[in-house]
Design a protein around this ligand. Structure first.
Ligand code: ATR
Length: 274
């Protein structure tokens, strides 16, 4: 029987996940469809109950439901528990709904595909929200470190650093001074869009030419922060790869196949770039 999958969010019309997963279903001859479903916060519980009853095989979860969905699931795995957020749901053989989170590992896979191995594994993470937490845990599991956190609100960066080994907090000014020492700089906040006006006095100038500077935003393809990093001579990576690999990890959970990500990165880049 044909299977079906979904993405739940509010808003949802802009999501590129249906295009991506439908393409992968075709490429891998998996008899399935993937549909966007607009779910408002007050309808979330009812929506999950409906998906359960109607036999949806798995789904993605986006803003604003990533935390709110947790009580409606049967289990969350370690990645979702660490992040206290779910972006993917799958069913076990005995019908349980399990929440996982592929965002952090999606970032690391995209980094490995983009940059390969690096000699300098010292990382500056800008931001201390949910995205920074997931990426930091995944980077550490993949052997990156030491990790340095900097954030507009330094106390939040300090809290995150205290949860992890080999992690430190830097004031924005200290991060600026050390900019040349990092092998990887990851911008996880909305500051990347318009950092000159954000009031956050952090600039990629002084970054090492061997460093990778990543921004998790993918629309626009090049944030102001990335543009400055490119002009400073760094290798820059936008958020398309992370988006595609978090989706690929979800796809793998559902089908046991890791789909073609390189071609998909080109497709999504073209769609975003217009
Ligand atoms: P996400 O889940 O996307 O990481 P979040 O948990 O709300 O979202 O975290 C947002 C991050 O962006 C935080 O690090 C936040 O900084 P504060 O902790 O100081 O609030 C950061 N951020 C958002 N807007 C910002 C701005 N205009 N300037 C600097 N940092 C900003």
């Amino acid at each position: 029987m044909k299977k079906w999958y979904a993405v739940l969010g509010d808003p949802i019309a802009q999501s590129m996940s249906p295009t991506m997963h439908d393409q992968w279903f075709l490429e891998n001859e998996w008899n399935a469809s993937y549909i966007p479903i607009l779910v408002t916060p007050e309808n979330l519980g009812q929506a999950i109950q409906s998906l359960r009853t109607l036999g949806c095989s798995g789904w993605n979860v986006t803003v604003p439901h990533k935390q709110a969905i947790i009580p409606f699931l049967d289990e969350v795995d370690e990645a979702a528990a660490h992040m206290n957020a779910v972006n993917t749901v799958y069913r076990t053989a005995d019908g349980k709904l399990v929440g996982t989170n592929t965002d952090g590992r999606g970032f690391v896979k995209s980094l490995q595909e983009f940059a390969g191995e690096s000699e300098n594994n010292s990382v500056l993470l800008i931001g201390a929200g949910g995205a920074a937490r997931g990426i930091a845990h995944a980077l550490q599991s993949a052997g990156y470190g030491p990790l340095y956190f900097t954030n507009r609100t330094t106390s939040k960066a300090a809290e995150l650093a205290s949860e992890m080994e080999n992690a430190h907090v830097l004031s924005v000014e200290q991060a600026q001074q050390k900019m040349g020492e990092f092998g990887l700089v990851v911008q996880t906040t909305s500051v990347g869009m318009n950092f000159a006006q954000s009031g956050m006095p952090l600039h990629p100038k002084g970054v090492s030419k061997d460093a990778v500077v990543a921004d998790i935003i993918y629309n626009p393809l090049e944030t102001e922060f990335l543009r400055e990093a490119r002009l400073a001579g760094a290798k820059t990576m936008n958020g398309v790869g992370m988006f595609v690999h978090q989706g690929a990890l979800a796809f793998e959970k559902w089908t046991n196949v890791y789909p073609n990500t390189k071609k998909m990165i080109q497709t999504i880049t073209m769609k975003v770039g217009g």
